[in-house]
Design a protein around this ligand. Sequence first.
Ligand SMILES: O=C(CO)[C@H](O)[C@H](O)COP(=O)(O)O
Length: 432
Amino acid sequence: MDRPVLQVALDLVELKRAVEIAGEALEGGVDWLEVGTPLIKSEGMNAVREIKKAYGVKTLADMKTIDTGSVEVEMAAKSGADVIIILGLSDDSTIQEAIRAARKYGAEVMADLINVPDPVERAKELEELGVDYINVHVGIDQQMKGMDPLDVLSKVVEAVSIPVAAAGGLDAEKAASCVALGARIVIVGSNIVKSRNVTESARRVREAIDEAWKEGRKVEMRRRSLEEETREILLKVSTPNISDAMHRARAMRDIYPIVRGKKVVGKAVTVSTMDGDWAKTVEAIDVAGKGDVIVIKCSGDTAAVWGELATRSCINKGIEGVIIDGAVRDVDDIRELGYPVFAKREVPNAGEPKGFGEINVKIECGGIEVKPGDWIVADDNGVMVIPKERAYEIARRALEVKKHEERIRGEIEDKGRTLAEIVELYKWEKVQ
Ligand SMILES: O=C(CO)[C@H](O)[C@H](O)COP(=O)(O)O
């Protein structure tokens, strides 16, 4: 049996960059080039033509066809696509029309199982209908919720005898696991095309899948909990990455780092208190656990609700940091301790521990709503709040923002280009 196929998904919107990245990916050992759906939507069939003409290797058009199978397949095949990707969700008549059209032009059809309710049953039906390949695919938005193609891959492989592809957030390790589970084609997008060194990233995947194929590697399926993964990812991304991932969500207003150069990531233990009343803020240290962040809303900022001794207590308990919509004192000591405290104002005077307020209630801090358990990420840019229900998703989206920027940074630093040139800013300004 031949070695597994490595297919790169050129999920970009700029054709010039896609052609360049395709070349770099081929150098790293990619076999097939997929013209991604965003590129097709941005540049039309011209993208298929240009990619095919530039390299002459097997080229796929990810049309994601759901209707008019014949028309869409014909367009792509005439433009040079060797394989056209259509949606397995389509009506059987669309699939049959797509296959008939493909045969006229000597092209093949790959059916994508994205969003199919019963992937194993549908894969069997699609094989029966005559598609050439099945793609077990978890879409980009689904990946952000923690879905993984590995979850159903082996069942689909067992159910059909045509080659099965796998796609959806694959890196070298996951791609190797897909091969070990029987995938004949691995499709990698973001982890190659957004990488700063495309050739090197492609090579890593190439080596990993070839090794898995030669050695019949066993798959280790241990997955970390979503919470572990969320924390790990949030430690890698910045607050600007998170803001972008949340459609430019606002950071807290008027809250500044008392100690610069520190990063805070953790789940919120919230405190609502009165100006200068430090009873609940200090009691919250005993409520919070390792890895938490204390987030305090005060009714004013004339007297401190936080100082050096509270900070030392936090350090003892492994609490990640403190965010205060109010006043802090002992800032020189806090700086010496190097502990991340973010606050609105610095003052010398403390208030009294009267005990007004509550711990772990919904508050508004720096103008942003914070619920107990929401994720807080703070750095020198500011403080972001991620609602706990969307924490994993936002973390994954922020990581995509970071990866996207890494590739652009590389083009600025290594190729001497400008940002406007790379992202074709003038072309993509909003039409008025
Ligand atoms: O078709 C796609 C999205 O709908 C992508 O091309 C596919 O998911 C591969 O990209 P990635 O590796 O970034 O998930």
